[in-house]
Design a protein around this ligand. Structure first.
Ligand code: ASC
Length: 130
């Protein structure tokens, strides 16, 4: 392997840290928990879509299941189902980017809701409760 197996859990979790740290502030702006900033929204939507386009299957490669994790073993077993669910997130990230480019706050709010739904679909199935 090009990446040491010991580094793979960190790779997988870092991937989702990037997803969460780009999605979170957008959701916070929509909810009114953070002041709305059009430029910031667009920059976050661009990075979120870019990160979502990075090969997620590789993040679940050999060694990625080692160590303490809230990921359930099934996510490594039901690969086709997981990748199908992830494809919905990728698609939603593109719609969200289009909405952010339009600047239409209603459309952005709807796209955030749809995207959050694609996060939750996987968490419900494959992530243990905190
Ligand atoms: C977030 C976050 C999630 C999702 C999820 C959406 O901001 O950290 O896991 O949104 O709550 O339903």
């Amino acid at each position: 392997h090009l990446v040491k197996e010991e580094a793979m859990q960190s790779y997988r979790q870092s991937y989702f840290t990037l997803i969460a740290m780009n999605f979170g502030p957008m959701a916070a702006m929509v909810k009114g928990d953070m002041p709305w900033d059009d430029d910031k929204m667009l920059a976050l939507a661009e990075d979120f879509a870019a990160v979502a386009s990075v090969d997620v299957a590789r993040a679940f490669g050999p060694g990625s299941d080692k160590g303490t994790t809230r990921a359930k073993p099934e996510i490594w077993e039901n690969t086709d189902d997981f990748l199908e669910k992830y494809a919905a997130l990728q698609s939603a990230s593109k719609d969200l980017l289009a909405a952010a480019k339009s600047g239409d706050r209603g459309a952005i709010g709807g796209a955030i809701k749809d995207t959050g739904g694609t996060c939750k679909a996987c968490h419900d199935e494959y992530k243990a409760k905190d």
